[in-house]
Design a protein around this ligand. Structure first.
Ligand SMILES: Nc1nc2c(c(=O)[nH]1)N[C@H]1C(S)=C(S)[C@@H](COP(=O)(O)OP(=O)(O)OC[C@H]3O[C@@H](n4cnc5c(=O)[nH]c(N)nc54)[C@H](O)[C@@H]3O)O[C@H]1N2
Ligand SMILES: Nc1nc2c(c(=O)[nH]1)N[C@H]1C(S)=C(S)[C@@H](COP(=O)(O)OP(=O)(O)OC[C@H]3O[C@@H](n4cnc5c(=O)[nH]c(N)nc54)[C@H](O)[C@@H]3O)O[C@H]1N2
Ligand code: SF4
Ligand SMILES: [Mo]
Length: 675
């Protein structure tokens, strides 16, 4: 008898620039392989080397997945649990939440969440529950990209609308500033960036694969981005490369910046940034000649002056008129469904909020959670803060509080789940229908159910429907069915034919022809122009104009530790996959040969990094990826899989960037000692 082979199209809902098309092969009703969708323009038939392994590994492995609701039976943190029913779990949680509300108010309940999945319903629907509840929230973007959003909003009035990558066909130059798509968006790197015939400039303190594939690599010292941006502007102005008409008509406040631009010669820039003046000149000419695309990474705003850096780099398109025309513009974190017409606020239940929720930065979370007067209950979903958040040691101490009631919702038994009173098992993206998007390219897609949820796992949205029922809520938005949510979102985004038909296609661009954002050159700022100088900034206690400043340099005893996206890890998702763990090897720190020689550290030696937040032992890898004074270790390990049950976030101090209470993780300073 011949086997019955079926192919189901889906898309990857990880927090990744690529948003790959997925093809799920089923033989006789069982998933035999999860692969890349050959028709998808970004992934072109391949998943990344992380998901190709984990989607065929731990995601389908009953021994690795959370299967049932669990209640804690041991000490907090030691991971001993016993199975309970969904009814018992829901009742235990809602009884506690009701008691907290009655005794201490809804703000005493806090939830933390991020982008474990970004499929739209699983990402947004749970917010309805929390807004109705009136719970406090850990500001999600403060762990990732909040400073950049705040900075771009000051300049352009909006930060979620980026260039359409298809317009690279009209560009002569692509400038990637502080992103490393060779890791963080590997298909976009390969097919969009490396394969393009445009001139390529990369600004990164590390010699990443993205940097190696560029014509010009400006290997600046971390935190010197604003100085570099100003010296690029100096060269452009000196050589008559500014678009004076554009500046006059569409920008506000340029005259306030000119004296600074005049001062910032490329020779000064070389001193401040370490980038040779001749390279600054060449890059300035290349970008200003245009049409040029500017990819603003999330990496470079994770610095103490990250907001200022983003404001300064955002000046480049404004002074050169590289915006609003084919082959120009910038991208940061583009919310494609929003461009297609999706009302995010309504999906996330904004109408259910009776007051603005109390918001706490991730940078303050560990400390504030230690206060019993402030927070009584914690719900963790779509995130694993013990692995990803700052102040790891402090956070663990707070999570150990006996009087804190903690619920963790995840697909896997993470380090954070080990501290839960109740664990709820989340269904994976293979197990329910939804819609997906990318925050780089202009496609939206389906997420297709290809198997029954393992054990008694449920999608986030169903979990929150059950909790809403347990709370006695009656608003219909809290119970809307997936089919209706999907139909409504497709309708808003103008996708024709319904979900089943969309599943046959798998994905589609939000428009047949590339979209040119800001073509009308109207910007949603107070002046309607690009605000180079900003009264709004001043009102927020920030400088009116971006400052030409540089972060302190590491002083010879201290190192600047950068912990960016790893090729082997997707944040801290599925780090429990044994094949991936083998491929990732042991945790290493990359040290420049000059520093290694000075300190007498050999390849493979154990070194200890320490600062006020903690210490971490890592294996030294002597490598020229960085500049002297800068060391690198990749993010995404599960503490419990490491020797000391810690990862790099034991060193993340939680010091805030200059804007939006955002992370400064790439500004981390450490001392390095040998045992
Ligand atoms: N040192 C250092 N630390 C960093 C960073 C850095 O650059 N350096 N980067 C920061 C950044 S940018 C980010 S975004 C954060 C990310 O940090 P996290 O939010 O912790 O990481 P994720 O891997 O996105 O997702 C977390 C969890 O979501 C779970 N999950 C997946 N699908 C579902 C689902 O459908 N439902 C539920 N309930 N859970 C699901 C996964 O199993 C995983 O455990 O880390 C930050 N931490
Ligand atoms: N494989 C993989 N892909 C991922 C993730 C992952 O963990 N693994 N995480 C996802 C998430 S949540 C996010 S937010 C994105 C992040 O992806 P990116 O936006 O690429 O950000 P990072 O990886 O943090 O850092 C990118 C680059 O910024 C550089 N950088 C650090 N400090 C500075 C500086 O001071 N100036 C400049 N110019 N550059 C600097 C780093 O050296 C690094 O090469 O990736 C997503 N994609
Ligand atoms: S994590 Fe990114 S690169 Fe990997 S399959 Fe998903 S979308 Fe593609
Ligand atoms: Mo992120």
């Amino acid at each position: 008898m011949s086997a019955n082979i079926e192919i189901i199209k889906s898309n990857c809902p990880r927090d990744c620039y690529d948003g790959c098309g997925v093809s799920i092969e089923k033989i006789d009703g069982r998933i035999s392989r999860v692969m890349g969708d050959e028709s998808h323009p970004v992934s072109r038939g391949r998943l990344c080397n992380k998901c190709a392994i984990a989607y065929n590994g731990v995601w389908q492995d009953e021994k690795e997945r959370l299967l049932y609701p669990l209640k804690r039976i041991g000490e907090k943190g030691n991971g001993q649990f016993e199975r309970i029913s969904w009814d018992e779990a829901v009742n235990t949680i809602t009884d506690r939440l009701k008691a907290d509300i009655a005794g201490f108010g809804p703000e005493s309940i806090i939830h933390t969440h991020y982008s474990g999945t970004i499929s739209l319903i699983a990402l947004l629907f749970p917010m309805r529950f929390f807004l109705k509840l009136g719970a406090s929230e850990v500001d999600p973007d403060s762990i990732c990209n909040a400073a950049g959003h705040a900075a771009l909003s000051l300049l352009f009035g909006e930060s979620h609308v980026g260039f359409d990558p298809r317009t690279i066909r009209d560009a002569n130059c692509v400038l990637i500033w502080g992103a490393n798509p060779s890791h963080s968006g590997p298909h976009s790197h390969k097919h969009w960036f490396a394969a393009s015939a445009t001139k390529k400039i990369v600004v990164d303190p590390l010699r990443t694969k993205t940097a190696r594939d560029a014509d010009y690599h400006l290997q600046l010292r971390p935190g010197s981005d604003a100085a570099l941006a100003y010296s690029l502007l100096h060269v452009m102005q000196r050589e008559g490369l500014f678009d004076d008409d554009f500046i006059r008509q569409y920008t506000h406040g340029s005259e306030e910046l000119l004296p600074v631009i005049n001062r910032c010669t490329p020779e000064w820039g070389e001193q401040e940034t370490g980038v040779p003046a001749t390279l600054i000149e060449a890059a300035a000419r290349c970008y200003a000649a245009g049409p040029s695309l500017l990819w603003l990474g999330q990496g470079f705003q994770r610095q103490l002056n990250g907001g200022n850096c983003m404001r300064a780099v955002g000046l480049l398109p404004a002074f050169t008129g590289n915006i609003g025309k084919p082959g120009t513009g910038f991208t940061y974190v583009t919310i494609t469904p929003g461009i297609a017409g999706l009302d995010f606020d309504a999906m996330a239940g904004a109408q259910l909020a009776s007051a603005e929720p109390v918001s706490v930065s991730h940078m303050d979370f560990a400390e504030q959670l230690s206060d019993p007067e402030r927070f009584r209950s914690l719900l963790v979903w779509n995130t694993n803060p013990v692995a990803s958040a700052p102040n790891q040691t402090r956070l663990r101490d707070s999570l150990k509080r006996e009087d804190l009631f903690t619920v963790v919702i995840d697909c896997f038994q993470t380090d954070s789940a080990d501290y839960a009173d109740i664990i709820l098992p989340a269904a994976s993206f293979l197990e329910f229908d939804d819609l997906t998007f990318s925050y780089f390219h202009y496609n939206i897609g389906v997420q297709s159910k290809a198997m029954e949820p393992l054990g008694e796992a449920l999608p986030n949205q169903e979990i929150f429907r059950r909790l809403a029922k347990g709370m006695g809520y009656t608003e219909q938005e809290l119970f809307e069915a997936d089919e209706d949510l999907i139909a409504s979102m497709l309708d808003q985004m103008g996708v024709e034919g319904g979900f089943r038909e969309f599943q046959q296609r798998g994905w589609q661009p939000v428009s047949a022809e590339p979209i040119i954002p800001w073509a009308d050159l109207q910007f949603p700022t107070p002046s309607g122009r690009i605000e180079l100088a900003s009264a709004t900034a001043e009102g927020q206690g920030l400088p009116r104009i971006p400052q030409a400043i540089t972060d302190r340099k590491a002083d010879g005893r201290q190192f600047r530790l950068i912990t960016p996206a790893s090729d082997y890890r997707m944040n801290d998702s599925y780090a429990n996959d044994p094949t991936l763990a083998r491929n990732a090897g042991e945790a290493e720190v990359y040290i420049h040969p000059q520093d290694a020689e000075r300190l007498g550290v050999g390849n493979g030696a154990l070194v200890t990094l320490s600062n006020d937040s903690g210490s971490l032992r890592l294996t030294a890898a002597i490598d020229e990826i960085s500049v002297p004074g800068v060391i690198v270790s990749y993010k995404g390990r599960w503490p419990k899989q490491e020797n000391e049950h810690k990862n790099v976030n034991a060193l993340h101090t939680g010091q805030k960037a200059d804007m939006a209470g955002s992370t400064s993780v790439h500004s981390t300073l450490v001392t390095l000692t040998t045992p």
